[in-house]
Design a protein around this ligand. Sequence first.
Ligand SMILES: Nc1nc2c(ncn2[C@@H]2O[C@H](COP(=O)(O)OP(=O)(O)OP(=O)(O)O)[C@@H](O)[C@H]2O)c(=O)[nH]1
Ligand SMILES: [Mg+2]
Length: 315
Amino acid sequence: MRKMRWLDRLKQGLKKTHDRLVGSIASALRGRTRLDDELLEELEAILIGADLGVEATLSLLDELKRRARRERLDGDGGAAVAVDERVLHWLREILTEMLEPAEGSLQLRTDGQPTVMLVLGVNGSGKTTSLAKIAKRLREQGRSVVIAAADTFRAAAIEQLEVWAERVGATLVKHRPGADPGAVAYDAVEHALNHQKDVVLIDTAGRLHTKHNLMEELKKIKRVVEKRLGRELDERLLVLDATIGQNALMQARTFHEAVPLTGLVITKLDGTAKGGVIVPIAQELKVPIKFIGVGESADDLREFKAREFVEALLA
Ligand SMILES: Nc1nc2c(ncn2[C@@H]2O[C@H](COP(=O)(O)OP(=O)(O)OP(=O)(O)O)[C@@H](O)[C@H]2O)c(=O)[nH]1
Ligand SMILES: [Mg+2]
C-alpha cells in the first residue's frame, strides 16, 4: 500500500473533531443569508462545544463580525448572499491567524554541546511513545541520541524504553526500578558529554504517590541536570492528551509552574472530538506547540503547522 501523505493522515486523525465541527457549522449556516445575532449565538455554542473555550470563541466571533461588517453581511441592508462559503472561509483564516503564533520546532544546539530535553506529563499522556518517536526522527536526521529512563517508578517503563532504544538505535541509560530519577538523568547527560552525543531525551514518571511528589521530583531532575550542564535544560516538553479537552489547560498550568515549559506535544488528537482544545491552549499558554500526534505509529507525530492543521480541521 502506498504510504499515506501527511495531510491525509492529519485529516483522518482529526476526523472526529472535523465531523462534529463542520457538520454542525454547515447545518447552522444552511439557507442563511446574514450573519446576524441568532446565527452568531449558534456558532458560539458550536465552537464552545468543540472545546475552543469561551475566550477563544468570543475573540474568534468578534473577528468574524468585523469581517462581516466590512462585507456588509451583518444584516444592516447588505446584499443577500449565501453566507456559508464566506463564513467558513473566514473561520479558516481567523483560526489560522490565531494558531500561527503557537508554531514552534525543537531548538537543537549548534555549539557542539548536547541538546538536553526533559519530557513531562501525567501518566498515560503519551510521554514515552512521543519521546521514542522524536528519537526516531532525530536518528533519521543522522543525530546521535541518548535516552534516560528516568521513570523509575513504573518497572515496565524501563523495558518499554529498552525496546524503543534498540529499535531506533539510541543509547539507553537506565538504573534499577525505584532508583533516583535525578541520578539516571545525570548519568545520561554525563554519557552524552563524554561521548559527544547530539541529543539527550529524558523520560519521566507521570504518576507518583502524590502530585506534590511528582512536581518536586521533576524540579529535582531539572536542578541536577542543569548543575551538571552549567546551563538551562534546552527543552522542557509537556505531553498533553487532547482527549481530556479543557482539563489540558489546568494540567499545563500546574506543570508550567513547577518546570517552565519550552514546548508542548499534543497527543491523541485522533481519539477525540475535542481537538478544538488546541486553540485555547495556543492562546492562553503562549508555549509553542512543537508536535501533534494523530495516531500510534511513528509517522503520526509531526511538527505543528497552523495552516495545515486548520485545513484538515475545516476542510
Ligand atoms: N491514538 C493515539 N494513541 C497514542 C498517541 N500517542 C500515544 N498514544 C498511546 O497512548 C498510550 C500511552 O502512551 P505512553 O507513551 O506509554 O504514555 P506515558 O505518558 O509514557 O505513560 P506513563 O509512562 O504511564 O506515565 C500508548 O498506548 C500509546 O501508543 C496518539 O497520538 N494517538
Ligand atoms: Mg511512560
